[in-house]
Design a protein around this ligand. Sequence first.
Ligand code: FAD
Length: 311
Amino acid sequence: MIDNKNNYSLIIVGAGPAALTASIYASRYNLDHLIIGEAIGGLAFEAHKICNFPTEIEIKGAQLVEKIQKHVESLGNPIVADRVVGIDHENDGFKLTTQSNKKFFSKTILLAPGTRHRKLNLPNEKQFIGKGLSYCATCDAMFYRDKIVAVIGGSDSAHTASLYLAEIAKKVYQIYRKDRLRGETLWINQVENNNKIEVIYNTEISEIEGKDKIKSIKLTNPYKGEDKIKIDGLFIEIGTVPQKALIEELSLETNEAGYIKIGIDQKTSKKGVWAAGDITNGANNFRQIITACSEGAIASENIFKFLQEKK
Ligand SMILES: Cc1cc2nc3c(=O)[nH]c(=O)nc-3n(C[C@H](O)[C@H](O)[C@H](O)COP(=O)(O)OP(=O)(O)OC[C@H]3O[C@@H](n4cnc5c(N)ncnc54)[C@H](O)[C@@H]3O)c2cc1C
């Protein structure tokens, strides 16, 4: 439900857990606000299995997102499915321009655009996207029934990708550059005890080979030298990097890794702009759904106070 209004007290950029929770709290404070988000659910949508969100013993990311979205919409909050491409100062507030060239005005902004998948940066990586190379196991695992796949990475998203792929593929290589996996012990135990998954430690991928689709990958191990394995699919799960565009647009202060610096109240270095979720250096850099939700809640409460004081 979207009204024709284009002037708000708060515009929330993003539609992941941080943004959607911020909207729930903004509703509790009766803040007239709008959510503009490109992909509802953000990265949480991609999680195959979530087992660490209170009240949910085990739930697919897509299902959790649907529940949060329903909660937001039950409060009558519109979600505009669009990408914010420009933010300018206008009078005492901001003008936001979207990809579809719509203009919105707001007194305050909450940025919650999250992160994007980190690339390996191999010369021919781009060429194989959709031709055997994927950054989302939940989205693409089904194409690899009874095939051989490799997962690059050693943290929770790589573990959950390997475990999900092992339910479908014939064999899963999990390739990690260090000598031991990191992340939640429960996932690590499941990976190490799954007889379809072979973890290859101390190894980096140096080349992707193939013509129209991936055929094999070349691996480098400082102790054992070079190796080559034949695969049908390659899943890259080596972490995420912040969505930089809007940070640069607003010249916000960031930490060395490019995450928005925020205070305990989620305020950024720019007056009238707050940030929440994976995009920030908050929550002790522990980027999870629950911490994103928490930051969204804190931001809304603080924006409410700010607007009250301005009255
Ligand atoms: C495979 C995988 C498994 C995971 N498993 C778990 C788990 O089990 N438990 C857990 O707690 N966490 C898990 N996570 C981490 C979790 O998904 C993130 O911490 C969480 O989604 C961060 O929420 P966010 O709202 O900050 O960002 P995101 O979820 O990334 O959402 C960002 C939103 O901003 C939008 N956006 C970006 N730029 C713009 C723009 N310019 N204009 C408009 N909209 C924009 C995006 O479309 C999206 O809607 C997992 C992550 C992955 C990738």
